[in-house]
Design a protein around this ligand. Sequence first.
Ligand code: GLA
Length: 406
Amino acid sequence: MCEIYHLHLIITIMTTQELQIAFEEAYGRKAEKMYFAPGRVNLIGEHTDYNGGCVFPCALSFGAWLLIAPNTDKVLRFKSLNMPQTYEIAIDKIAPQPDRAWCNYSLGCMAIIARRHPEAKLEQGYDLLYYGNVPAGAGLSSSAAMEVVTARAFTEEMGWKDTDDKAYRTELALIGQACEHEYAGVMCGIMDQFASAQGKKDHAIYLNCDTMEFEHVPVKLEGIKVVITNTHSPHHLDSGAYNDRVRQCQLAVEQISKVKPIKNLAELTEEDWREVEGAISDPIAKKRARHVVGEVARTADAVEALKKGEIAYFGELMTASHVSLRDDYEVTGPELDALAEAAWQVEGVLGSRMTGGGFGGCTVSLVKDEAIETFKAFVGSEYEKKTGLKADFYVAEIGDGVKALI
Ligand code: GLA
């Protein structure tokens, strides 16, 4: 096992050989298959996915690994190199386990594969070993990585696999999302699982979450890095506050539909918004909807800017996104605000914003190479002064989506 130092954040990397050894230590025999699925960072397009809007995430080079070998006992044995709890579940007793058991992410995927693909059957038991190196609670989609890696492994084991690779990857994302809804209770959009399934090295994914059409856009940033900063804030993505946002947006859709029938908030242009905003009587729902309409427009503009190499404008849109998430969507909180606001003051920072669900987690910033040291020093010390917490910094490497390793 080796540890690589990306600025401050220590990411533990295990080779496939080391993971094989860990499997042998856990189960006394070799794993037959090994898969990897990445976490993600979203560049822009936040809280738009469940509103039928566009998002622009990238898969990361860290994520979740799964090693498996069939057993003859008709049980699923779950072990993880990150979690002390182990589980043993009979293959005909797949159901959510109590106390937020981590194996629910895996069981959920198996149950959903069987439901969505009646020909898929779990006919034998398996020994499973998971390992993840996405910083926990950082809003970089460690749970989506676990869902997608499980969906990849078990669609194959259960005997269903689409021969069209693109359609297959989208289906893996949909299985993961359904698992998050039904087994974790977070009514998330499709972005995280989609990025984990469809990621491409050095590209971001411009995804229309309504139609699921997408495009890989090269991320070419001469002399500029994508820097992820972790708040290490103790609040994790709070499913209660997240699900509240989903409901508030639905309320806005219902109220707007009285004057202009719509299915999703993302259908509204900024011009439409000026015509319909008066129809929303609930002041909270109005603010949420205003964020979504603005963010959808910013995301489209940002993608164009990146394609044209207008990185300064891309950065401005990222910053505007944070302001809207802070003031209208109210998902940032003091830690994310402290990081972003400090970053905006550093010369050589083109833009900085929260990424992911919010309420803690990480920011994503575009920083010129020569400004990275100042960025770390200034943002790190301002953050500590304001919150008493230490931030971690990581230069993102954009990686591929889910894959089989052996
Ligand atoms: C979480 C959810 C995503 C998305 C983001 C906010 O990461 O899982 O579906 O809604 O929050 O953009």
